[in-house]
Design a protein around this ligand. Structure first.
Ligand code: FE2
Ligand code: FE2
Length: 330
């Protein structure tokens, strides 16, 4: 097995790739203003300023759209946690540091737009939203600990949890949020929300491409090591919402109604990225790398089976609910 590159060697080896990709990103990214996506005319003061406080009747969002909006916004709110992981692993120097700053500023825009929209339209309870934000941000979130399943083994092997795990995680996570934002936009049943979330989803896609290119270059210069990191992340992947209040209930609602489910996770997030990296076609892995690839393939087979089982269960549940509704109506 080829020698593993250290964190510093990786940063150095990948620096020109980072530089090229920062430049590519700056050329492709479109500037936009969060205030252009918020229907300010719909707003009114809350009681503290002589108006009326939130009443659930005021919301035009159904339960699914509410759950998805809250989950996606809290995820965006937790940006300091993500910034920490990226800044720690990328360093704040050179193209790496420039990307950390630029990416953080772009991500912040997402939370601003969504919060303004929800508060102005009274889409969700602003008190509950603030309470959840406080809890979620206070807890913080370390996505890389998601790979901690192997932490002991890694320590024993002298492997590092660092740059490669971070870029692998954010590649999948950016694509996951893209899918989730886009489908949430549709679920809101409001052309303004849909446009805003499409705009945000387009940003997430550009972010994903940046990280995917870095991780892809990592795969080329140190194939076994990068595939190990990718496999750690894929087999332990947790959505960034894990740990936020009501995450399970909201996650189930979102999966049940096609905002983000296992099939989408497998076919719209994991597989397209692995295809881009030619994971299953390349021949530059050592026997150890081949073994990792088998582990990944076995995991994906199981994920496919789990997705099918979930879909069957969901179909049955939705059919039962529809029948119940019909019975009530007749
Ligand atoms: Fe975002
Ligand atoms: Fe993003």
């Amino acid at each position: 097995m080829a020698r593993e590159l250290t964190q510093i060697e990786l940063l150095r080896e990948l620096e020109t790739v980072a530089e090229d990709n920062v430049n590519r990103h700056l050329k492709t990214a479109r500037d936009w203003n969060p205030h252009d996506y918020v229907p300010w005319d719909d707003g009114q003061n809350f009681a503290a300023l002589g108006g009326v406080d939130y009443d659930p009747e005021q919301s035009k969002l159904d339960e699914v759209a509410k759950a998805a909006m809250i989950t996606n916004l809290l995820t965006e709110d937790n940006l300091p946690s993500y910034h920490r992981v990226i800044a720690d692993n990328f360093s704040m120097d050179s193209a790496w540091g420039h990307w950390v700053g630029r990416w953080t500023a772009e991500e912040n825009r997402h939370g601003i737009a969504m919060r303004d929209y929800l508060v102005v339209t009274r889409g969700v309870d602003p008190n509950a939203l603030e309470e959840a934000r406080m809890i979620h941000m206070t807890n913080g979130y370390d996505p890389i600990l998601a790979a901690a399943d192997r932490a002991d083994e890694m320590l024993a092997n002298g492997e590092e949890i660092g740059l490669l795990h971070s870029v692998a995680y954010v590649t999948f996570q950016e694509l996951a949020t893209r899918v989730s934002h886009r489908n949430t936009g549709k679920a809101c049943n409001d052309p303004i929300a849909d446009r805003m979330l499409q705009r945000i989803a387009a940003d997430e896609n550009l972010h994903m491409i940046f990280y995917r290119n870095i991780c892809g270059a990592g795969m080329d210069i140190s194939p076994d090591q990068t595939l190990r990191a990718v496999t750690d992340i894929v087999t332990n992947f947790q959505m960034p919402g894990a740990g936020m209040p009501n995450f399970r209930r909201h996650g189930v609602l979102m999966a049940k109604h096609g905002i983000y489910d296992l099939r989408q996770h497998l076919e719209e997030v994991i597989q397209p990225v692995l295809r881009k990296w030619n994971v299953f076609e390349r021949n530059d892995f050592s026997p150890a790398g081949e073994k990792t690839r088998e582990e990944l393939a076995t995991f994906l087979d199981q994920l496919d089976k789990d997705a099918t089982r979930f879909e069957e269960m969901r179909d049955r549940a939705l059919a039962r609910e529809a029948a119940k509704r019909e019975k009530k109506a007749s």
